[in-house]
Design a protein around this ligand. Structure first.
Ligand code: SF4
Length: 270
């Protein structure tokens, strides 16, 4: 993937400027340079809140900031919609369950709960790229059960418009990770209760459920005989009904970011 131009001074401007040293570096400026050089991660600064982290990540990835602001607006609107819903009815529709006023739902095999104010609770670390699609999934009045028919992102309703971004931001990132850490996809299957699928033209075919009725199929073909590796993310046809395409896109970015962190831990543990 080509490197994007990036100024560590631009990143420095978004840091807390407290020079507290909790990132194990003497100053915020040193931290900014270290993140730019990929020696530190944003999560190494405990004073950065989620919103700032997303702003910084947008800066690093060359994403337009409007995208983030639209996202935050979507989140507030979704919380308002959830407040007006009967969560017991929603649970039945979307494959969750309802108990003591909470809608419980499985995200990648991990437990999450939504309260009547649209607040999401989980033992797992929550990032906006996952939280917003989760609320959109719960608030969506339309719902379809998985069909077993797999589609490319571009074939989802509205997917054509963002297909190139999806390929560069999600598929390429995951392909690079799988190339550098060939055991990673098997580990993800174990960690997130995925299933390895047979019958696909791929060295590894992995089905994951980021949401109960939102199955993804990740197919990775290792490099061979001078041919480059290939990674494709396919969606069950029901995904196009159960989430709007921009939310499917956000969810995959969230997953790609999460997997990148796991791959970094792989590298550290190796
Ligand atoms: S932990 Fe954060 S605030 Fe403290 S010095 Fe490092 S970058 Fe600056």
């Amino acid at each position: 993937m080509p490197e994007r131009p990036f100024s560590h001074l631009a990143l420095y401007k978004m840091l807390p400027h407290s020079n507290c040293g909790r990132c194990q570096l003497p100053s915020c400026l040193a931290f900014a340079a270290s993140v730019a050089a990929k020696q530190k991660q944003l999560s190494d600064c405990p004073l950065l809140d989620e919103q700032t982290k997303e702003r910084v990540a947008a800066q690093l990835e060359g994403r337009p900031e409007q995208e983030l602001y639209r996202f935050i607006k979507d989140l507030s609107e979704l919380e308002r919609q959830i407040a007006g819903l009967d969560l017991a009815v929603v649970a039945l529709r979307i494959g969750g369950f309802f108990k003591d006023g909470w809608l419980a739902i499985s995200v990648l095999g991990k437990k999450f709960a939504i309260d009547q104010h649209g607040q999401v609770h989980s033992e797992c670390h929550l990032i906006p790229w996952v939280k917003t699609p989760l609320l959109a999934y719960a608030a969506n009045p339309q719902h379809q059960m998985p069909t077993g028919r797999w589609l490319n992102y571009r074939d989802l309703p509205g997917g054509m418009e963002r297909r190139n971004l999806f390929a560069s931001r999600c598929e390429s990132l995951l392909k690079d990770l799988a190339d550098r850490h060939p055991g990673l996809l098997h580990d993800l299957a174990e960690l997130f209760h995925g299933e390895e699928a047979a019958g696909f033209d791929a060295d590894t075919a992995l089905i994951l459920h980021p949401l109960p009725h939102f199955p993804l199929l990740i197919c990775w073909q290792a490099p061979e005989d001078g041919l480059e590796s290939n990674l494709t993310i396919l969606f069950d046809a029901c995904c196009g009904v159960n989430l709007p395409p921009q939310m499917a896109f956000s969810l995959c970015i969230g997953l790609a970011q999460m997997f990148e962190k796991i791959a970094l831990m792989h590298r550290t543990a190796a």
